[in-house]
Design a protein around this ligand. Sequence first.
Ligand SMILES: [Zn+2]
Length: 255
Amino acid sequence: MVNTGLALALPAAALLALGCAATLHAAPAAVKLSTGDDRFSARPAVHVDESRVSPVDREALGGLLKASVDVLMSDALLAHSAALEGTYPRIFLNPALGYKRPADAVGLLHALNSGMHFRRTPVEFGRGAITGFNGQRWRMAISRKTLDRWLSSDPVTKSCAVNTVAHEIMHTFVAQAGGGMVFIDGGRRARPSRSSGTTGSYVIGQLAQCTWLAEQGRIAAGDVAACVPVFYSAGGKFAAGRCDDFADGRPVRLS
Ligand SMILES: [Zn+2]
């Protein structure tokens, strides 16, 4: 099991202190994956939880989920991942898989028959972004702030919402053996990855964001690799404070 030994018993407060708490939830041992198991999919399978999201928000949230899935699985994202290697030679997946080249990590997401699948995941609102078991059920939550960003007229602000959802979708990608998450954020064993700024779930979230900006025409395709570090903090997390810094149309790159 990929995540065996990670801090499953951490209290919720400790999980939230990590920013995105998704990393520390493993699927239960009872989960059995098999061909044709409709709990899993070769493509990301996130959907609005209509029992928990009001009708007024469903269309916008559904649009954000679709945009995030589409860019995460796009050929463009795979192509741009190779250009990241100069900045991020290796990115961290989880303690069992260790580090991989960005293109190889993205390749896992895109591969069929890799022994890895996306878990079907209902999405609702919560205090922050989180994916995993909440003690009762598997789900993804995002904050209202994320949907507010998606509804912004500024494409860079919107792209931050794509980043958050793409990052969370990566936590729905699980290994066939045991169902543990392929991409985690940290935890005690992964601390070196956080300090060195190479956490794959964040790097690829940023890559999805910047690829989406290129698809919108906000940045040039050749500038995607320079865009990625803008939203990646030295602490190994999402630099959300920069989401509104480019409304004047200036280049999306570190100065
Ligand atoms: Zn996370």
